[in-house]
Design a protein around this ligand. Structure first.
Ligand code: HAM
Length: 425
């Protein structure tokens, strides 16, 4: 046999281990609960998609498409991409399965890994996870406010309240051209000083210059015109109604005129939820409207809106706030001898059927080493099954928290231990 190799996970991807996983599970189950109260149903789409799906929707000149996609030819030479986000896939599924025939809005949520080849750093990974939602078929600004409210309710239910809700409107295909032109006019004198990417963006998509992370471009865009001054009447009125509804729902917001978002499919409302506790990557969730995307994918004209929460950033906030909540076994069965091991096995299965987390020692270990293991696992109770106990039809119990002990008849073990269930851990 050749000598063993030791492998490590790839750069920018991570294992999520216990006990940290408990934060993920809590957030995921709460998301399911809260989102379903608003009528969102789960959808699971593939992790691989045709590359064109993303280039078309996210946009050729975005950082994601230009630099960050995991794209490769499959064995038949088709260009495949590991999904960098969820919206494009959900829109594809919506069109592919003709989901538009059903009553509006159709509302979906999803949870899973996304892939972007970014420079790994705090809060930025190459495989990361999102929980996202998408709602189709309703253009009303009330839906924008309702979706934002749902996000706030979810975050508040997790105990996260010190968050900033930043909102903006980036207009529609009617008003965007005049804003584009205004940006081109603004940057025309400094075009050569922009980074090479932005020099290209100047031509094809000047809004993207506002999203560039290069220091020089950030400086050069100071004083750039605000999109709000270029909105058409319909977009202006839509945005005003969104803000009024946010006021009604008592969602404190700030308008961020510079927020254009890193994806091209947005129209009108865009938003980000940020936290000062996250370092440079402040956005824990982000989203917006995409009223043209379904049509661009060959579906009927259908407005859409959604958001995605970054799970790594969300769980970082949770762990900073309250730390990881560890759970411990309820009971440890310590059998002494072969016959006792058989009885212990039966007792353990009965306790598990009652919902108790039951660990067990195996024959051959001394009582001392079994008690040590029970202690290490932080079990609340130990049940000692020995030959003497078996002949009397009873087992010994020991409460490792209080130190008290006694005996209980074998058929009554579940009943006895279940009474401690609520204060375990
Ligand atoms: P996004 O702003 O690209 O939007 O990503 C949403 C969130 O995912 C970010 O705010 C951040 O928390 C997290 N995230 C993004 N990239 C990374 C990364 N490399 N490492 C860790 N976390 C990351 C979207 O993806 C849109 N699909 C959201 C949406 C849904 N818009 C409408 N519907």
């Amino acid at each position: 046999m050749s000598s063993p190799e030791r492998y490590s996970a790839l750069k920018g991807v991570q294992d999520i281990l216990p006990p940290d996983i408990s934060l993920w599970q809590r957030a995921e189950s709460l998301a399911r609960e809260v989102f379903s109260r608003y009528g969102f149903q789960e959808i699971r789409t593939p992790i691989i998609e045709p590359t064109a799906l993303f280039t078309r929707s996210i946009g050729e000149t975005t950082d994601i498409v230009e630099k960050e996609m995991y794209t490769f030819p499959d064995k038949a030479g088709r260009s495949i991409t590991l999904r960098p986000e969820g919206t494009a896939s959900v829109v594809r599924a919506y069109v592919q399965h003709h989901l538009s025939g059903l009553p509006s809005p159709r509302k979906f949520f999803y949870a899973g890994p996304m892939f972007r080849y970014e420079r790994p750093q705090q809060g930025r990974f190459r495989q990361f996870h999102q929980i996202g939602v998408e709602a189709f078929g309703v253009a009303s600004p009330v839906l924008d406010a309702e979706v934002l409210s749902m996000l706030k309710v979810f975050l508040a239910a997790l105990g996260l309240r010190e968050l900033r809700f930043e909102v903006n409107s980036i207009g529609c295909e009617n008003c965007r051209p005049s804003y584009r032109k205004a940006l081109q006019d603004f940057f025309s004198g400094v075009r050569e000083d922009l980074c090479p990417d932005c020099q290209r963006r100047y031509e094809y998509n000047p809004l993207r210059i506002l999203d560039c992370k290069v220091e020089r471009c950030i400086e050069l865009r100071r004083g750039a015109p605000h999109v709000s001054d270029f909105l058409c009447e319909e977009c202006k009125s839509h945005f005003e109604k969104v803000l009024a509804a946010l006021g009604l729902l008592r969602i404190p917001y700030v308008i961020n005129h510079e927020m254009v978002r890193g994806l091209d499919y947005y129209t009108r409302t865009t938003f980000e939820v940020t936290s000062e506790h996250l370092g440079a990557q402040k956005a824990v969730a982000a989203g917006g409207r995409y009223d043209r995307l379904v049509e661009e994918f060959g579906g009927p004209p259908t407005p859409g809106i959604g958001f995605a929460i970054g799970m790594e950033r969300l769980t970082a906030l949770l762990s900073e706030k309250e730390g990881v909540v560890e759970v411990f076994p309820d009971v440890y069965i310590a059998p002494l001898g072969e016959k006792a091991a058989a009885e212990g096995l039966l007792i353990a299965e009965r306790l598990r059927a009652k919902g108790l987390w039951t660990e067990s020692g195996y024959e051959g270990s001394s009582l001392r080493s079994q008690l040590r293991r029970a202690d290490k696992l932080a079990c609340r109770h130990v049940i000692i099954v020995g030959d003497d106990e078996l002949s009397s039809g009873k087992v010994k119990w020991k409460d490792l928290k209080t130190g008290s002990q006694g005996e209980v008849e074998i058929p009554k073990v579940e009943e006895f231990l279940s009474s401690f269930r609520t204060d375990v851990g």
